[in-house]
Ligand binder design. Sequence first.
Ligand code: GDP
Ligand code: GDP
Length: 455
Amino acid sequence: SEEDLAVLSGELDAYESERLKALPVIAVVGRPNVGKSTLVNRIVGERVAVVQDTPGVTRDRVSYPASWAGRDFTLLDTGGWDVDVKGIDASVARQAEVAIDHCDAVVLVVDATVGVTNTDEQIVRLLRRSGKPIVLAANKVDSAMQESDAAYLWGLGLGEPHPISAMHGRGTGDLLDAVMEILPAESAVAEATPTDGPHRIALVGRPNVGKSSLLNKLVGAERVVVDSLAGTTRDPVDEHVELDGQNWLFVDTAGIRRRVHQTSGADYYASLRTQAAIEKAELGLVLVDASEPLTEQDIRVMQQVVDAGRALVIVCNKWDLVDEDRRMELDREMDRELSQLRWAERINLSARTGWHTNRLTAAMETAIDSWESRISTGKLNSFLGELAAAHPHPVRGGKQPRILFATQASSCPPRFVLFASGFIEAGYRRFIENQLRETFGFEGSPIVISVRVRE
Ligand code: GDP
Ligand code: GDP
């Protein structure tokens, strides 16, 4: 009825304005072993387990969706990181620096049972310089008796220390209340929406897959890759590249240009850097090395692009190293291993010889067009009407959930909201997604479908 539709459209407006805001990002920072990962797990709760159940997704993620007191935010985990004792100070500083650059607020965790170390003080100095709002967590205060131990942390000059036990959950609610007070309503760091400027591309992939070679090939000039210690100077990070008469901006290329030393923290550092680049970009160009088997890390980078809601193009580089007779087999293997990402275009090329690098622009344009596309409400509903008539949702417990109305709430990437009369099963949701893609394309872009149940 008209009345129902008015209610639905009201709900939708609220939904839309909520979705269009970039969620604020909170970074959990501190030296190794203070309990950052434990705290992140505590805050994220069961959702981590859910994430781990998804095939192809590993535990090793950098950011997590979380919420507290009705507010959604993104939690940036800087823990889970194996420390190389020798390089500890420089590494921690680097890690903190990248995290701080990409958050709206910081939770600094210190170990109250150890006290303030030099590394803690170093981090505090970095944080102060950043000007980001900070909440201080004094962790491992497992009982009320130990609370007075945390008082000396006033000395760090960051205001009130919040005694918590990440392990047992003591005090974490109060800590989050304090974080909510300083957290801006909207993020100033994640910028997914298109701008008038050139399209922004994040060239990402694990070390040695050929990112720097491809960038050099595209720029058209061999440049020397500086082998300097990271963190000393700040390179210009974004690079303009003209391809087929169009301007593209490759973001955060400093990490590509510069050889990061192979410390045990380097992987982690690289993955945080990758996350940051993806967040700044509209499209993730993920490189893999076709001369080696696909690794979990390759898939994780692709997953990061999808999770961030950015367009995706996959590049199989070093195709010149693949034997003639192996090529077809390899293509089939890739199809199988990347079956969840069938919608992403895959380009086989060689950064060394330049073979097929001219195919990149068309793929990137297609993906970004899909990412920005909109389907009218009329078209969408007639499509769903036909779909439901031909393939209704299975009956469960004597009831058959129906989709009442659907609309595309936003683009970049396309997000659809379905209003349904009951719970829509995951299998049916996937079916809808597949059919949406079959009908409307969306090649190169993730799409998001959420369901609102109206009893
Ligand atoms: P991270 O390196 O900062 O991420 O630290 P972890 O979260 O991996 O924790 C380091 C160690 O401290 C682990 O052995 C945790 O079990 C322990 N830990 C973390 N939080 C607490 C806490 O609140 N109380 C106690 N007693 N131990 C904790
Ligand atoms: P990055 O760490 O991802 O930036 O990788 P690099 O661009 O530094 O490349 C790593 C190694 O792979 C270098 O020795 C490159 O010369 C080599 N390489 C990169 N692209 C190709 C390619 O298309 N074919 C071959 N044969 N080697 C390549």
